[in-house]
Design a protein around this ligand. Sequence first.
Ligand code: ADP
Ligand code: ADP
Length: 226
Amino acid sequence: MIDVINLEKKFDNGFTALKSVNFTIEKGDLICLLGPSGCGKSTILNLIAGLLTPTSGDIKFSGSSIIHTAPKNRDIGFVFQNYALYPHMTVLENVLFPLTVGQNKISKAEAMPIVEEYMHLTNIEDLRDKKPGTLSGGQQQRVAITRALVQKPDILLLDEPLSNLDARLRLRIREEIRKLVKQVGITAVFVTHDQEEALSISDKIILMNEGIVQQYALPQELYLEP
Ligand code: ADP
Ligand code: ADP
């Protein structure tokens, strides 16, 4: 589904954040990119999403290079650490918005059943008329995940989606994310620096350090330094 081939990213200031990164992600897998802050996890997500351009190497979706495909045509949903909801819109409007703009836009009447289906899946129906600013962190992240999923992307990218939530909520939302990803059958790449989090939700873990992949393993087979 996703092939990352000899991917390198050198920033304009001369710093090389990724040094020849290679991995393949199978369709339907939930993969964690795990590693300490600064090891290049977000850079990989941003390259997959098209928010950054690689210095060299290639990224393929289902066998075709997407390096020159515009971000909006990559069929990706992105969930950020800080939720990134539109503050002036209600929850319903936030979730509806991506379906009613751009090249593949559909009418509100066509979009509503899809929006209602996904708001039911993520249990945010009761929040539909509220503004993001009045919601808890967990509720806001549910809205952000719903907004990413209604577009039915092939790939869901999540960049530290739980790090602004308190410990109890973190456990709950991560279980919800895993369940949702499996229910919808999407391919997901989840960035975290939290070992326990990665071990608990991933099908496989890509362990990174200083811009390289150190291990790519099943959670139970990952070797962790004592
Ligand atoms: P992670 O997500 O693992 O915390 P990042 O991918 O955000 O790491 O960053 C990897 C490294 O690249 C870090 O050392 C970071 O400071 C550096 N970096 C990120 N963006 C830029 C940039 N635009 N210019 C220069 N260095 C950057
Ligand atoms: P993260 O949430 O992954 O830790 P950061 O807070 O490190 O991200 O970075 C936030 C933004 O700043 C990103 O867009 C990143 O590309 C950019 N950035 C990070 N490090 C640097 C750097 N050393 N020089 C320039 N930009 C950077």
